[in-house]
Design a protein around this ligand. Structure first.
Ligand code: PAF
Length: 279
């Protein structure tokens, strides 16, 4: 695997490649990321990964400084997956001058759910993803469904800017007890790790209630939040939304059985976890 940090070296390595499959990451790689690499391999060749902890998508009180940095372990894992090039730019490589041009997702998609609780987060994500796409020029890029809203925003961005990159969605990779793998799981204490799968259990309960025909969705959301709070969680949201646009389903949508998804974000101790489940 070639490890490159500058955009010029990356372009040299990828010259003439027309079927590049790209997986952008912020490192601290776990099985979930590796499953994205395997999916990428099915959709293109060569596979290119990036590791870049993107300051633009962290709020002032978020974990940019403490975000886990495990570069040599990450390199070993990517090598085993047969990744061809790892693009690991420094901040100076990717933002040699202040990034004044930014991408801003539409409010109805970027300022709800995660965007409500992490203002500016999706501006930072879309800005870096557009820039990474411009560096790698991939035919295909793979994103996990765990970050459901991120995936949808990137899909819409790719469509609206007519980017020549197909966005491929990867299923969420879960531990045996149901907890969605995430780099932030490493922040959990032993007791918190035991409690953490409750989030996914609550999503399942909500999904089941919807399938059973409950139509008072706000009541279901509230009950699930109360159950989490009673166990010591601090929920930001549990929200039942339409898969198509993440808006609240109307009575008509429910009648027509529009595909739904339940999304959640909650803090356990000082760790903020997110998860979702398609209904
Ligand atoms: O999902 C992530 O790890 C990040 O948001 C991404 C897509 C690599 C952009 O920094």
């Amino acid at each position: 695997m070639k490890i490159v940090s500058s955009v010029a070296e990356l372009r040299d390595q990828l010259r003439g490649q027309l079927r590049t499959a790209f997986v952008p990451t912020m490192g601290n790689l776990h099985e979930g990321h590796l499953s994205l690499m395997r999916l990428a391999r099915k959709h293109g060749d060569p596979v290119v990964a990036s590791i870049f902890i993107n300051r633009l998508q962290f709020g002032p009180n978020e974990d940019f400084d403490t975000y886990p940095r495990t570069f040599s372990a990450d390199v070993e894992k990517l090598e085993k997956e047969g990744v061809y090039v790892l693009f690991a730019p420094t901040e100076k490589d990717l933002y040699p001058e202040p990034q004044e041009f930014r991408v801003k997702p539409p409010e109805q998609l970027g300022d709800i759910l995660e965007g409500e609780f992490r203002p500016g987060f999706f501006n930072g994500v879309t800005t870096v993803v557009l820039k990474l796409f411009s560096c790698v020029q991939p035919k295909v890029a793979v994103f996990g469904k765990k970050d459901y809203q991120q995936l949808m925003i990137i899909r819409n961005m790719a469509r609206q800017f007519a980017l020549p990159t197909d966005i491929v969605a990867a299923e969420t990779y879960r531990a045996d007890d149901g907890l969605a793998l995430s780099s932030r799981n490493g922040y959990l204490s032993k007791d918190e790790r035991t409690e953490a799968p409750t989030l996914y259990q609550q999503l399942n309960e909500v999904a089941q209630a919807v399938r059973d025909g409950h139509i008072n969705l706000s009541q279901l959301e509230m009950q699930a939040q109360e159950k989490l709070s009673a166990r010591g969680w601090m929920p930001d949201y549990i929200a039942i939304r339409k898969q198509s646009d993440l808006q609240k389903p109307t009575a008509e949508d429910l009648e027509q059985q529009a595909p739904l998804v339940v999304l959640a974000a909650a803090k356990l101790g000082s760790t903020r976890l997110i998860d979702n489940l398609e209904i």
